[in-house]
Design a protein around this ligand. Structure first.
Ligand code: ADP
Ligand code: MG
Length: 282
């Protein structure tokens, strides 16, 4: 059994005037425990709706969704699912509510009545996991965007989830903040966390093990970043940019430069052009 299983899942939003808007149509998908999956797609393609099914904020209007073995539509499984799956959203300012960082991180565990000793330990570990332990008594508004998002991630980690679902967590951050968040996510994944990252940034998607492309409420493509993101024509059709190195490689190929067809990262391109091996740190 996969950690996340969606079978023929559809979701229709009901507007006040009786009309329906199909945000997801017949989505079937399995995500394994410990996987790092990126979800891409144009605005309105259904990414956020998909994410909200994973921790039962939304329920399928047709088909089903199982998370950690629980059917999200079954009353009574919601709290189990929310302990397994932590959510992080785009705007850090909407997620941090307490006046100091460690109170914010403690909010979830306190809410479910965790023992104070355990809360303290979980908060300490969660802040260490995102490299924010030295900021534990800071006011969140004094932090940078990247630091705030790391605190928001710590808030999710304090519940000891097996999976993090992040809906464009870096969209409002500067490049440094984005890098901080990605470093944390890569480390958490290396330690066994299941990560579902919705992003607009191709460089972030390139870091995932699998990429899912959403288009008009359906899965348009699914595969490794190299399989999916280097398909210039398809990416254009889905309203997405190709990663810079892949885009450059496509142009050079067109101009007759001999290159492999699956160039994804800057390193790939540098190696292909110079014949040098990638440096060991990458
Ligand atoms: P994305 O995150 O990819 O931008 P969303 O999942 O937010 O896409 O939206 C998918 C579709 O559902 C869009 O057409 C959007 O307008 C519609 N939608 C999203 N939220 C609601 C809502 N609360 N009520 C009605 N329609 C919605
Ligand atoms: Mg969205």
């Amino acid at each position: 059994m996969s950690f996340i299983e969606m079978e023929h899942l559809s979701h229709a939003y009901h507007a006040g005037d009786e009309t329906e808007r199909m945000a997801l149509s017949d989505v079937s998908l399995a995500i394994e425990k410990g996987e790092f999956v990126a979800v891409l797609g144009a605005n309105g393609s259904g990414k956020s709706t998909l994410a909200k099914h994973i921790n039962a904020i939304l329920l399928p209007t047709a088909g089903n969704c199982r998370v950690a073995g629980f059917d999200t539509s079954e009353a009574g499984s919601v709290w189990e699912i929310r302990r397994e799956v932590g959510m992080v959203f785009q705007n850090p300012d909407n997620q941090l509510i307490a006046a100091i960082v460690e109170d914010d991180v403690a909010f979830g565990p306190e809410n479910i009545g965790m023992a104070p000793e355990r809360i303290r330990e979980n908060v300490r570990r969660a802040l260490a996991a995102v490299g924010m332990e030295h900021f534990r008594s800071f006011a969140p508004h004094l932090l940078s965007g990247g630091q705030k998002q790391r605190v928001a991630i710590a808030g999710a980690l304090a519940m000891q989830p097996k999976c993090l679902v992040l809906d464009e967590p870096t969209a409002m951050l500067d490049p440094k903040g984005r890098e901080e968040v990605m470093t944390v996510l890569k480390r958490l994944h290396a330690e066994g966390m299941t990560v579902v990252l919705i992003t607009h940034f191709m460089e972030e998607a390139s870091e995932a093990q699998r990429v899912i492309i959403m288009a008009d409420g359906r899965i348009a493509a699914i595969g490794t970043p190299r399989e999916v993101l280097t398909d210039h024509a398809a990416m254009q059709k889905w309203g997405l940019e190709t990663p810079l190195a892949a885009c450059l490689a496509a142009r050079l190929l067109k101009d007759g430069v001999k290159l492999p067809h699956d160039i994804l990262t800057d390193d790939d391109l540098i190696c292909a052009l110079t014949g040098e091996e990638p440096c060991p740190s990458k």
